[in-house]
Every structure is written in structure tokens, then in C-alpha cells.
Design a protein around this ligand. Structure first.
Ligand SMILES: CC(C)(COP(=O)(O)OP(=O)(O)OC[C@H]1O[C@@H](n2cnc3c(N)ncnc32)[C@H](O)[C@@H]1OP(=O)(O)O)[C@@H](O)C(=O)NCCC(=O)NCCS
Length: 377
């Protein structure tokens, strides 16, 4: 029997690819895209600039950024057959299931679907980045019985998404907060969904297939689904005075508290630093501090009792909620941002590809077992 060695449960700390996209130091709480610290990017950058940085490996010049912004804007409009398909799915699928199904279906109308050249794949990355935001906004409008809002290519991705979702231009505070959330979520090295995308890409399947794998993987509550679980928990608790009992009950029952813990960070998740500040600012400017106050209290208990820090999903929940976004759109919104990282990793995988095919350590019945005919079982 071939001996397979080196199994690490959950592939913890296993290096599975060379990558020049995202650097994380989990002990020091450092995250960078292409070597630029996330704190600087959160302060100064925009989602479109991050797309360029992740895809091209450097910051854009002004003209390059303007072009990319216009191109993503132009690609936001869904081809009419895709809009019809989306409308037919609305009664049957949750927003996240609709995103997963639609990303797969988009291949049907994409003129570059079979073009595996770098320019062809770049066009698909850009197109899907535009389209995924419109899918989320249009699905929500349709389920509410409201007309789909047409895209406005002159606006930033963040602003146009909020406008298409709500039917009105967002405030400058909402626009900036949402753009920063997109910046913070855009990439995170070999997280589960990006790994899934790279595994699919490594078979030389097309980019739509790789992104479909990624969206499906993002859905789970241990990954992107955690932000929705966090707001559901906050809503269930309801008020600050009920936090302690609720949390202690959950911890005694050994239940996980969503939005805490991380496979890679052993200190504060640097994205949580910004989302916490954003949550506080939105709470103070709206005068409704309940969700932020409850979040702070939960965080304090988790720090003290479990020595666990909040992750990206914890404060993004109250941020999105205070921006008036419905809870079941939180994970689809994660996809609106992470599409930038997924496609950057797929491009990188294609550039230096080798099939990703690990081994399993066999723990089943000892070989050889005899085949028992069905009438003798
Ligand atoms: C992120 C996560 C999946 C990492 O998982 P992991 O590296 O496999 O870590 P484990 O699930 O094995 O957790 C290690 C220990 O910490 C505890 N723990 C981890 N996250 C916890 C949480 N959110 N709440 C309570 N306890 C937690 C586990 O129960 C386990 O304790 P034990 O050793 O006594 O059994 C995990 O922390 C988690 O489930 N968090 C909640 C979901 C979430 O927020 N996901 C978004 C991540 S960005």
C-alpha cells in the first residue's frame, strides 16, 4: 500500500500555492494586497483601485483607474436573457443561491467564455465584477416587487450598487463606508472560497466555473455566511442588557459565536479594526447605538472568556445593517467584493498552472476485503 504522509486536519498552516497577491502575518495582524498595508488601502483607496492592484500587481495611474472604473461601470448591465433568468429564479432562490446560480449562468452570454488567453480572462474578470453587484441589487428589487434600477456607469461601483439596491443615491457617508467595506473584503490569500476557485481553475476549467465554486464555498457560516449569522444573533438578543445571559448560555452549551476566531490571525484581524470604527461612526451619526454597543459587549466577553478576537464578519454585520441592507444580502455583498480576489487568483493560477490534487490518508477497512455477492449479504 502506498504510504501517504503529512496530513494536517483542515490543511492548517499548509502552504498550497505560491502567490504574489496577498500577504498575511497572522501573529502580527498584518494584511497587505501586493505588499501594501490594508490600513493604508482602507484609508486612501477605492474598490476599483483595489481591482486594478489585485489584477495587475501595481497601483494604476489616473488614466488607467478612470478607464477601469468606466469599464466596470459599463459591464454592470446584465444582458436581457440574464435579467429574465434572474426574474424567474426570484421566487425560488435566496439571494446567495441566486448569485451562485447566476454566476454559472453568466457563462451563457459571455462572449469570452472559452477564451483562455490573459486578455480574455481579464475581460471576464472585469465583466463578472460588474455583473455580480447588479445581480444582488436586481434580485432584491424583484423580490420586493419593485422595478430593477438601471446601472449608471458614471458612478463608482459602491455608489451604483447602493443606488440600484435602494432606488436613491446614497449619502456620502454611506457611499464611503460601503466602498471601504469592499476594499477590506477584496482578498484574503488562500481562504476557503479562493482555494476552491484555484482548485477548479487548476483543472483548466473556465473562469465562470472557478468563480461558481468560490461563491458556493463562500456561502457556509464558517466562511462568508458568518456575517449574516452575526446580525441574526444581534437581532435575536435585541438589547444590550440581554447580551451577557445570551452569550454565557451559548458558551456553556459550547456553541460557537459567529464573527469570532480565525484560522490565520492570532491577534486582531486588521479588517475588524476598520469595521469596528465604521460601526461606531454609523451608530453615532444615526443616533441608534444599540447594535454597536451590543457588539462591543459581546467582543469584550469573547476576549475575556475565550481569548478570541472578532474577525471581518463581526462588525461588518452591524455596518451593513445600519446602512439599511437586509441581512440575507450580507454574504452576497461579500461576493461583490471578493470577486476581485477570486479572479486575481484564478489569473495567477492559469499563469503557472499545475493540477491541484492532494491525497487522502486512508482510514477505511483494511485492504483487501472480499466482494460479497448481493444474495449473501
Ligand atoms: C473561523 C473558524 C472556522 C476557524 O476555525 P479553526 O481554525 O478550525 O478553529 P476551531 O474551530 O478548531 O477552533 C479552535 C478552538 O476555538 C474555539 N472557537 C473557535 N472559534 C470560536 C467561536 N467563534 N466561538 C466559540 N469558540 C470558538 C473552538 O470551539 C475550539 O475550541 P476547543 O479547542 O476547545 O474545541 C472558527 O474560529 C469559527 O468557526 N468561527 C466562527 C465562524 C466565523 O466567524 N467565520 C468567519 C471567519 S473569517
Amino acid at each position: 500500500m502506498v504510504e501517504v504522509k503529512g496530513f494536517k486536519e483542515g490543511l492548517e498552516d499548509v502552504v498550497a500555492a505560491d502567490s504574489s497577491i496577498c500577504y498575511i502575518d497572522g501573529d502580527r495582524g498584518i494584511l497587505s494586497y501586493r505588499g501594501i498595508d490594508i490600513h493604508e488601502l482602507a484609508e486612501h483607496s477605492t474598490f476599483e483601485e483595489i481591482c486594478f492592484l489585485l489584477w495587475e500587481g501595481r497601483l494604476p495611474r489616473r488614466d488607467e483607474l478612470d478607464l477601469l472604473r468606466r469599464s466596470i461601470g459599463a459591464e454592470r448591465a446584465l444582458p436581457p436573457p440574464m435579467l429574465e433568468l434572474l426574474a424567474s429564479l426570484v421566487p425560488h432562490l435566496t439571494p446567495m443561491d441566486a448569485v451562485r446560480t447566476m454566476v454559472s449562468a453568466l457563462a451563457e452570454t459571455d462572449p469570452d467564455v472559452a477564451d483562455m488567453s490573459r486578455p480574455g480572462n481579464m475581460r471576464k474578470a472585469l465583466r463578472m465584477t460588474g455583473q455580480i453587484a447588479t445581480i444582488v441589487a436586481a434580485h432584491h428589487r424583484l423580490r420586493e416587487g419593485k422595478p430593477v434600477v438601471e446601472t449608471d456607469p458614471s458612478l463608482s461601483h459602491a455608489e451604483d450598487f447602493l443606488r440600484m439596491l435602494n432606488g436613491a443615491r446614497p449619502s456620502s457617508e454611506a457611499k464611503r463606508a460601503f466602498d471601504m467595506a469592499l476594499v477590506l473584503h477584496a482578498d484574503h490569500e488562500l481562504n476557503a472560497s479562493t482555494f476552491a476557485a484555484r482548485v477548479t481553475a487548476a483543472t483548466l476549467a473556465d473562469m465562470h466555473s472557478a468563480v461558481t465554486s468560490a461563491v458556493a464555498t463562500l456561502k457556509g457560516p464558517l466562511h462568508g455566511g458568518a456575517n449574516e449569522a452575526v446580525i441574526r444573533m444581534l437581532l435575536q438578543i435585541g438589547s444590550l442588557d440581554r447580551v451577557d445571559d445570551f452569550l454565557h448560555g451559548k458558551l456553556e452549551r459550547k456553541e460557537k459565536i459567529m464573527g469570532f476566531g480565525h484560522r490565520v490571525y492570532h491577534t486582531e484581524d486588521p479588517r475588524a479594526t476598520h469595521l469596528r470604527a465604521m460601526s461606531k461612526a454609523l451608530a453615532e451619526s444615526s443616533g441608534e447605538t444599540r447594535w454597536y454597543d451590543m457588539s462591543r459587549r459581546i467582543e469584550k466577553i469573547m476576549n475575556e472568556e475565550k481569548k478570541l478576537n472578532s474577525n471581518v464578519d463581526f462588525y461588518s454585520a452591524s455596518v451593513y445593517y445600519m446602512l439599511g441592507i437586509p441581512p440575507d444580502l450580507f454574504t452576497p455583498i461579500f461576493a461583490i467584493s471578493r470577486i476581485a480576489g477570486w479572479t486575481a487568483h484564478v489569473l495567477e493560477q492559469y499563469e503557472n498552472n499545475r493540477l491541484i490534487r492532494p491525497r487522502a490518508e486512508y482510514i477505511g477497512p483494511e485492504y483487501p476485503q472480499s466482494y460479497v455477492p448481493i444474495e449473501k449479504r
